[in-house]
Design a protein around this ligand. Structure first.
Ligand SMILES: Cc1cc2nc3c(=O)[nH]c(=O)nc-3n(C[C@H](O)[C@H](O)[C@H](O)COP(=O)(O)OP(=O)(O)OC[C@H]3O[C@@H](n4cnc5c(N)ncnc54)[C@H](O)[C@@H]3O)c2cc1C
Ligand code: SF4
Ligand code: SF4
Length: 574
């Protein structure tokens, strides 16, 4: 691996060793092998090795993996299972109800999909890329791990490259490129979106928290997506449980950050989820192997930037925002972005055309592909639940409680009985939006933190009986994210300390804590008493880079930056 030194200009600079960018690089090598032209490519990945900062579910339709690596199964691809049984269930506090398939959207049927650990898949992709590069001597490929891009370089109206030092002093601290490709989940590419004013409708986010368990029994190939317990306060989200080979089990929750609850605490919600007797029956006597958290862009079609490329750069995957919540699918979309970008960038470089027009086919082709077509079809899925808070705040809890007491159908009848006119009207409207059958024109989300109601009262329930050994406090859970930081690490900016002092007073004044302290997935934010003043402090050595704190801070007073020297969590195996 070469050292970064001198002024460096590549043909392609890939920011993030992500599924999208690794697909881009691999397919580009195939195209370059055929064209025989000379190219230089660099991939910058902030984690110490490829995959170590990647966290996902995941179940994924194999169509794009098959397109890029038709014989992936014979190539040592890290397949954890093929889904043989797909369930969509509602949880009460004690019982689970598996819905008949006709009652939930077909997009939740994952039969035949691959069950994956995306961190391991990404690591595998990087190895395939290295092997492929050996067959294509006309391409010089530099893979830099432990190297973050810290800022975007804008020159003469275009993206010219990135800054690779937190505190740049000389040309050595920049890497330049004809085209920069951002597959960085927005860590720095949000500056591209802001710089070129690409977004009218803000992105909205959810956080995914997940554990991998070693169980006593095998649940290989079984997949559950759940609604209900412990999300019975109107917050959008649900749980997922994926059975993998070797008796491993993924247990996770995806929880939207537009929750009204300022003290929602996603890690605690995951522990409450695990207290359900159905999950207890699977993990009791088992062993926790890994823990992690990451954001998911949920806005979909209307949160997409107006342009998918700008002069000198393209946006891919979660950085672009193509994840489809209704399909619970981001991996195949991210990879398709990479595949299409490779062809568009290869064409542009061969022609020597570095103009904005040369990149236009990227957006055109994605718009005509399943990526944007399905996003368009599902454009109101998320909105349906924002527009009508009763769906999750009243109707779902009624059905969930009936799952425990009698039957879910009785719960549905009770909803109808309590709202004889409203419920059927709500049902027709919401289904119309969810299925994309009603057109209400463009929508505009509010930023997540704007939904916080400081005095929000969370419903209290008697918790089910559970085995204490299966439940982990937040400080204990962090151990399973294996965080490691270099000395002097300062990767979260707090912009204004006085704003924090006021925020602490406001929340403590109503017997709550601040959203950053409550919702951090890894026990980073804390309140310190300094000179008798309650101030915001951070234990950065615990941080697992999810960026939840930044999204929920009601004062927009934080920025989580990429870390240097490979610091951060180790998600390999998640
Ligand atoms: C809990 C959870 C469950 C999910 N479940 C599913 C599922 O079941 N099916 C599905 O299809 N999708 C699922 N997704 C979504 C899916 O994981 C994402 O859509 C997908 O990973 C996006 O890929 P990407 O190419 O955009 O890159 P990402 O996966 O976002 O990877 C970004 C990479 O860029 C690196 N990086 C970031 N900033 C920098 C920088 N400045 N410099 C250098 N490197 C940088 C990161 O370290 C990381 O390696 C889930 C996501 C989560 C969080
Ligand atoms: S970082 Fe944000 S949420 Fe945390 S104390 Fe400061 S203002 Fe409040
Ligand atoms: S400090 Fe912020 S980015 Fe780090 S783990 Fe906590 S919520 Fe996530």
């Amino acid at each position: 691996m070469r050292q970064l030194s001198d002024r460096i200009e590549y043909d392609l600079l890939l920011v993030g060793g992500s599924p999208s960018n690794l697909t881009l690089a691999y397919h580009f090598l195939e195209l370059a092998k055929a064209s025989g032209k000379e190219f230089t490519i660099a991939v910058l990945e902030k984690s110490k090795e490829f995959g170590a900062h990647i966290m996902s579910g995941a179940v994924s339709k194999p169509h794009i993996i098959e397109k890029v690596w038709p014989n992936y199964k014979e190539m040592g691809f890290p397949l954890d299972a093929v889904c043989t049984e797909s369930n969509f269930s509602v949880l009460g506090l004690e019982k689970k109800w598996d819905m008949p398939p006709k009652l939930y959207p077909k997009s939740f049927d994952k039969t035949g999909y691959l069950v994956l650990s995306l961190s391991l898949v990404t690591s595998w992709m990087a190895r395939q890329l290295e092997a492929k590069a050996k067959e294509v001597p006309n391409v010089s490929l530099d893979l830099f791990t432990g190297f973050a891009a810290h800022g975007v370089v804008f020159e003469d109206g275009r993206v010219a490259g990135v800054q690779v030092s937190e505190d740049p002093k000389s040309e050595d601290d920049y890497v330049y490129a004809k085209f920069t490709c951002f597959g960085d989940k927005g860590f720095i590419s949000r500056d591209v979106i802001d710089h070129f004013k690409l977004r009218d409708c803000p992105q909205i986010w959810s956080v995914g928290v997940k554990e991998v368990w070693q169980c006593k029994e095998s649940y290989e190939g079984k997949v559950w997506h759940t609604l209900g317990w412990p999300l019975l306060d109107g917050t959008f989200g649900g749980g997922f449980v994926y059975g993998m080979k070797d008796n491993k089990l993924t247990i996770g929750m995806v929880i939207s950050l537009d929750s009204r609850d300022p003290n929602m605490n996603p890690q605690l919600k995951l522990q409450e989820y695990k207290k359900h007797p159905w999950i207890q029956s699977m993990i009791t006597g088992g062993k926790l192997l890994k823990y992690g958290a990451a954001l998911l862009p949920e806005g979909g079609y209307y949160s997409l930037p107006k342009k998918f490329s700008v002069p000198g750069a393209v946006l891919l995957g979660d950085a672009l925002g193509v994840l489809d919540v209704k399909h619970l699918a981001g991996i195949d979309r991210a990879m398709e972005c990479g595949y299409v970008a490779a062809e568009v960038l290869h064409d542009a470089l061969i022609k020597g055309d570095l103009t904005e027009a040369a990149l236009a086919p990227y957006q055109e082709r994605l718009t005509n592909s399943f990526v944007v077509k399905e996003a368009y079809g599902n454009r109101y899925f998320r909105w349906a639940f924002i527009e009508n808070p009763k769906l999750l705040g009243e109707y779902l809890p009624e059905v969930a409680h009936s799952v425990d007491k009698s039957s879910a159908f009785f719960g549905m009848w009770k909803v109808w009985f309590k709202h004889p006119l409203g419920a059927p009207i709500d049902g027709v409207r919401s289904l119309g939006l969810i299925e994309g059958k009603i057109n209400i024109g463009p929508i505009k989300y509010e930023a997540d933190y704007k939904h916080i109601i400081p005095a929000f009262v969370t419903p209290k329930y008697d918790e089910p009986h559970y085995d204490k050994a299966t439940i982990y406090s937040r400080p204990d859970a962090v151990f399973y994210a294996s965080t490691k930081y270099h000395e002097g690490n300062k990767h979260i900016d707090e912009f204004n300390a006085t704003v924090c002092v006021d925020c602490i007073k406001r929340y403590e004044g109503i017997s709550k804590t601040t959203p950053c302290v409550a919702d951090c997935t890894a026990e980073v934010h804390r309140i310190d008493i300094i000179d008798d003043v309650r101030k915001h402090g951070m234990s950065l050595e615990n941080c697992i880079h999810c960026r939840t704190c930044e999204v929920v801070c009601p004062e927009v007073n934080l920025r989580v930056k990429p870390t240097s020297q490979g610091s951060g969590p180790d998600f390999l195996g998640l």
